[in-house]
Each structure stands twice: as structure tokens, then as C-alpha cells.
Design a protein around this ligand. Structure first.
Ligand SMILES: [Zn+2]
Ligand SMILES: [Zn+2]
Length: 233
């Protein structure tokens, strides 16, 4: 696990990152593709923590690279899953991708889509969601974790602002593989860009992403500059 702040850790599973927020217990944010449970557990053990201490799973959105191992981890630990209601509906049906998703422009997105996304299974193992998250709700995790409903990439997408840590868990509002860039697919790219603007109304130092590298400093300003650039195009 890579330590992002005193209570936030990132586990890289190759093409996707998941996150651990440490408090009294651990909160796992996203779960990777199907079959990622062992990798996640061993990363947590390597960092001297006990995976049995995971108290809950929060899913940023339904896509199979984020919710793919939720059912398995839930089964092993008998813990609840929390997600926004709009995506929870699909999670419970085992549907990993909502009907209409659109490929973003650019060669990198074309490559990612054709090499990885097109071939991957859009179904997930159905998982029951115990708690439906709502916009602006503050969860009692790490002294206050604000839910930011950030639709566009997926209608039920949420970002998590861990306020005292000044860390934003961005999910797939955008990516940071070779610098900040729009995600490879969106259900509604205009709404997705609006959601990038929405998070910049909050203060945070660091930002982490489902795909790519963390921003370690002035992340709110960097995302704001990125948002302004998108809007001037
Ligand atoms: Zn996604
Ligand atoms: Zn993703």
C-alpha cells in the first residue's frame, strides 16, 4: 500500500487503484476487477494491517474494474457495501455497465478501449448494497468523509472527500495516467466535465484516481486548471 496521507492508502492492482481509509477499522474504497480479493488482502497485510478489520466497502461506481470483487470480499468478511442508489440498482442486478457509454476522443482512449474495455466482461457478480449514499452526506469515517455525487462517467458515481486529510478520492471523474485527462468512457461527457468542476468547489491537497497517479500537492487547483482547460476547448 502506498501511503497518501496519515489515514489514506492506495493499492495499485495494475490497471486500477483501490483505496483503504484507516480509522477505528478499515474502509475499502473500490475492489478492482473480479478476482482481486487476494491481492488486496495481501497488500493490506504487507502494510502491517489486518484485512479482517475491513468494516465496509464503499464503491465509487458500478463499473466492473471497481465493483468486480465486492461480492467476494463481502462474502469473506460479512461486511456491508455502500454506494450511490443509482448505481446500487445495477450492482444488485449484476450489471457492470449502464446501457449507453461513449468512448472519449483521442488515441490513448481508443487504445485503452480496444485493448481492455471492449474485451472485458461487462457483467459482475451481483452484490447487495446495504446503504445508499447521497450527495453531500458526511460519513463518520476519518473524522468526516463527504460524499460528492459526481455523475457523468456513471450516473451513480461518487467521489469521497476525506476532509481532515484534505484528500479527494476521485474515482473515475477523470484519470491521471500521463497527466490529467478525461476518462476513457462516459455515459454523459458534458455532465462528467461538470462533475470535475463540482469537486473543485472544495478544498483538498491531494487527489487519487481509479486510474493513474496521485496528485500530491495543490490537487484542487490542478483539477480546477484542468476543468478550465476542458471548458475552453
Ligand atoms: Zn469507471
Ligand atoms: Zn475505472
Amino acid at each position: 500500500m502506498k501511503q497518501i496521507s496519515s489515514k489514506v492508502f492506495q493499492i495499485s492492482l495494475g490497471s486500477v487503484n483501490v483505496f483503504v481509509v484507516e480509522d477505528d477499522g478499515l474502509t475499502l474504497v473500490d475492489t478492482g476487477m473480479k478476482g482481486s480479493a487476494d491481492k488486496i488482502f495481501s497488500a493490506i497485510k504487507k502494510a502491517g494491517r489486518n484485512p479482517e478489520n475491513i468494516q465496509r466497502i464503499i464503491l465509487t461506481h458500478v463499473h466492473p474494474d471497481h465493483s468486480g470483487s465486492a461480492a467476494e470480499i463481502k462474502r469473506r468478511l460479512n461486511i456491508p457495501v455502500w454506494a450511490h442508489g443509482i448505481d446500487a440498482e445495477l450492482m444488485e442486478q449484476g450489471v457492470g455497465v449502464r446501457g449507453a457509454t461513449h468512448l472519449s476522443p483521442g488515441i490513448v482512449n481508443w487504445l485503452i478501449f480496444n485493448l481492455f474495455i471492449k474485451r472485458s466482461d461487462s457483467a459482475i457478480e451481483p452484490v447487495i448494497v446495504e446503504k445508499q449514499l447521497t450527495d453531500n452526506e458526511v460519513l463518520p469515517i476519518a473524522g468526516g468523509t463527504r460524499i460528492l455525487h459526481t455523475p457523468g462517467h456513471s450516473a451513480g458515481h461518487v467521489a469521497l472527500l476525506i476532509e481532515k486529510e484534505k484528500v479527494l478520492i476521485s474515482g473515475d471523474i477523470c484519470a491521471n495516467l500521463f497527466g490529467l485527462a478525461i476518462s476513457t468512457v462516459y455515459e454523459d461527457i458534458k455532465l462528467g466535465i461538470k462533475s470535475i468542476g463540482k469537486v473543485t468547489n472544495f478544498m483538498f491537497d491531494k487527489a487519487v484516481f481509479g486510474h493513474g497517479n496521485s496528485l500530491e500537492k495543490d490537487a484542487d487547483q490542478k483539477l480546477k486548471d484542468f476543468y478550465n482547460k476542458l471548458n475552453s476547448q
